[in-house]
Every structure is written in C-alpha cells, then in structure tokens.
Design a protein around this ligand. Sequence first.
Ligand code: G3P
Length: 216
Amino acid sequence: MKIFIDSADLGEIREAVAMGAVDGCTTNPSLIAKTGKSQREIVAQICEILDGPISAEVLSTKYDEMVVEGRALAKWHKNIVVKIPLIQDGLKAVRTLTQEGIKTNVTLCFSPTQALLAAKAGATYISPFVGRLDDAATEGMDLIEKIVRIYENYGYQTEVLVASVRHPVHVVQAAEIGAGACTIPFKVIQQLAYHPLTDSGLAKFLEDAKKTPKNG
Ligand code: G3P
C-alpha cells in the first residue's frame, strides 16, 4: 500500500521521508493555510523534499476556472497531482484535465456514487474522507470497502486514496481492504511505528547490557 503524508509542514515531511515511510504527499487549502506561506511556495519546497505524487488543490469551483487553475498547477512540477473537489463542475474538470494527461485527485468524497462518477471521469485518485464520516456516526471504512469492490467489479483504474485518516486502525483496515493508498497525518505516521512493548523491551535490553563486560 502506498503511504502519502497528509501535511504541508516541511519538517514533518522531511522526517517522514527520512523514515522511508512515504511515497507522496497530499495538501489541501486548510493545511496550506497553517504554513502562512503561499501554496506555490510550499508546494515547490515539498517537491524538492519528496520525489513522488504531490497533491495541490484548486480553489476554483467553476469548470472553466478549475481547468485553467489545474493546468497552471500541473506546470509547477512533473509530480503535481491536481486536487479537485467532487462537485459536478469538478467532474467535468477532471475529465478535461485527464484528457490532457494531467493527473487528478478527486477529494471530499463521501459516497460510493461519488466515487463511481470520479472513476468514470478518469480520476487518477479518489479521496474518500473516512474520519469525517466517522465523525458523522457513519462507518467510514465501509465506504472504502464499497468503493474497492465497485472499482474491482468494473476494472476502473482510479486508485483509492484513503483520506481523513485519524488513527492507525484506519491504516490497518485500509490495507486489509486493499486500498491502493492512504494519506496519513504525521502524528498518525509516528503512531504506526510505536508500540509500548517495543519501548519497554528495549529499555530492558539496555538495562541488562549494563551488566555485560565491555568488549575488549
Ligand atoms: O486529505 C484530506 C484530509 O486532510 C482531511 O482530514 O482530518 O481534516 O478530515 P481531516
């Protein structure tokens, strides 16, 4: 399963890359806003840090403006994936940008029918938001299971990129279901590596090692 870091924080991205944990990065307007820098400045720096798909989101909501903005974003770097919200004009923009060879990540997906239309429009990635569905008392991972099954039934090439991930169990479930990718906040990436028994076992080893004569 591909792991993308869901962040625009350069320090977090550098650390995740150093761990060998990540294959790409997803950003969104809220993550960019936290940096206090322009989208172009931040995305350009991310492209220098990480050689993999980097999602940058359009702000337009009208078809023709989304296409113009998406073309411009794609020109920033060869690794840019244009993030498009799953609205009617967004699907039209995905179709046009796909026909022009521009990769797209369709975001804010909350239903199987939305994912079906994104695949038919030719989306490179679909980003179902599991955490936000959980927040609305709906089992977010059920949506992932449905989308993976629908895509397999018809051989759609769109890759399921599980998003709005809130804890390691989402990652385990995504991998068990067979989602192609997961985009994960840095805090959760750190949790993936952590287990209390590892830490306590290491402490015991180091404590016991103190009783061992030093190597000559
Ligand atoms: O990539 C989408 C992700 O950033 C949304 O996460 O936690 O705001 O639902 P969250």
